[in-house]
Design a protein around this ligand. Sequence first.
Ligand code: PGA
Length: 257
Amino acid sequence: MRTPLMAANWKMHKGPGEAIAFFNGLSDAVADVKDREVLICPPFVDLYPLGRMLGESRDRIPIKLGAQNMYPTEEGAYTGEIAPPMLKEVNCDYVILGHSERRRYFKEDNAFINEKLKAARSFGLVPILCVGEREEQRDAGQAEAVVTTQVREGLGGVEVGSAEELVIAYEPVWAIGTGRTATPEDAQTMHAQVRAILADLWSEELAGGIRILYGGSVKPHNVDELMAQPDIDGALVGGASLEVESFARIVKFQIVS
Ligand code: PGA
């Protein structure tokens, strides 16, 4: 069974003051949630105070921490960058890699993202590899080919011992921050395809346990139908993760059968 992973990507929003208040508010709001994992990926400067809160009371706070990026080496002369062991030190379990905004604005390509995945694994962080086609690629009928290349090149040579060690997020670029979502059926088709690639890379068994999240305008009003799809194992949420109430509602999705 795959435990749903409901992840917040705050992007460049909220400094430490707001982040701490949110963390406390969300802890209360999701205190009764037992069958899903809740993850916050805040800006770097928030990780230390939030990680301390987790270190002091992991039992009380049912939330995990992740970073939005990292540099793929242990330490060194890389001005402005953050290394994997630093993330471990502040209680991060996850790191988002290859988000479409990093690909677009910071020119990250599959080869560099692949280096980051290998580094994340070697330092014990769980990478969330983001993949997804741009609108013109979907219109040209290239969506599946683009995503296949991103998955295969992003994961080349990455060692995954158990299904908990990797998460994939399918985020069609045209759905991010636009209010447009893929239909649950289109998302399901792509998720099933990604899972088939994972099975080809490793094994059916491993692929069957790896969580594939959907991202791109996930909101309280559409999360239930997305999560009802068999290969959608969670959500990576931007805009709707910035308010406790809306993110808590997303975490508490309900599957109506
Ligand atoms: P959005 O962002 O929910 O605001 O569309 C999702 C993401 O970029 O991860």
